[in-house]
Design a protein around this ligand. Sequence first.
Ligand SMILES: Cc1ncc(COP(=O)(O)O)c(C=O)c1O
Length: 370
Amino acid sequence: MEVFKEAAGLAAQGRRIIRMEAGEPSTPVPRIVRETAIAALNAGPIGYTQSLGLPSLRARIARHYQEVYGVPVPAERVAVTTGSSGGFILAFLALFDPGARVAIAAPGYPAYRNILEAIGVEVVTLSTSARDRHVVTAAMIEAEHAQRPLDGVLLMSPANPSGTMMDAATLRDICEVCARLDIAFVSDEIYHGLTYGEPAQTALAFGDRPVVVNSFSKYYCMTGWRIGWLVLPEDLVRPVERLAQNFAISAPTLSQIAAEAAFDARDELEAVKAGYAKNRALLMEELPRIGLGDFHPVDGAFYVFTDVSRFTNDSLDFCRRMLNEAGVAATPGVDFDREHGSSAVRFSFAGSHEDMVEGVKRLRDWLPRA
Ligand SMILES: Cc1ncc(COP(=O)(O)O)c(C=O)c1O
């Protein structure tokens, strides 16, 4: 977010900055979503909804699991939240007491640690590397649990920043080991829909104990609308409802109405995804040619997390110089991995193809001097 702020500042001064730092789609929200929101605004007052969300949206989300994964999910287990970010807070508070131990992967999404630590949870890091495809395995969880018991495991697939995806067998094994050892498993599935080979499997295919977190922010291009959802085990629905009633009363109503329409925008959203696929292909081919080829081939999401150790061991300084000298914004690896991230950088390819071409050109010119 700091690089984002600095890049926005330079852009405001009139410099053309190639924005490869932001983890958000650069395309407008699908037409049917906009039209649905406008019609709702014109139709009358926008009041609160029930704390777990508009019943029709909860039902539509539940149907999505049947349609996409063939997994039946009752609407009563769906909670609509203020982005997946709001969902994390509710789920973590419902699941964990202060002092609980929760494992996350490194590199990983930085807010996990920050939110967990803010509510007094001890965060345990499971380190991964490009050589092992950045995948956490059931064996790693079991080994950590044997050292000192874990209360929870929080993983995402496809992952930010690595773009790696667990195959279905790995996910199944993780669900099984967590169920057997009585460890709560939280599966962040926010990048589902954005895969470039095999589609992603949901943890819900392997039982009803996992807490699934998802959002309209990424595949559905609705970051600023702040709508996400949780699928909860039955016994967590009421605790989450009570927390939601007190924290936010309800997620933004206009956004909930609009989000329901997003499920009918498949063609437009698939076209956006085809744009990411084209950007991904460009970066997969060009980054190795300019010395940035040490990354795990991206299965999903819209990021390349690449090693830059031949240029620097201070990724924050590297990103600052890259922004100021080359006009290319990217995110330093230290954000995602405190221990090993100082020699890595994340490039987002959610921008336009034209920007990706220009970004590669600028990097090619700049890197020999870096
Ligand atoms: C892995 C992951 N989870 C959750 C989020 C939060 O998204 P939102 O709150 O917009 O749903 C992000 C945002 O970048 C993310 O990368």
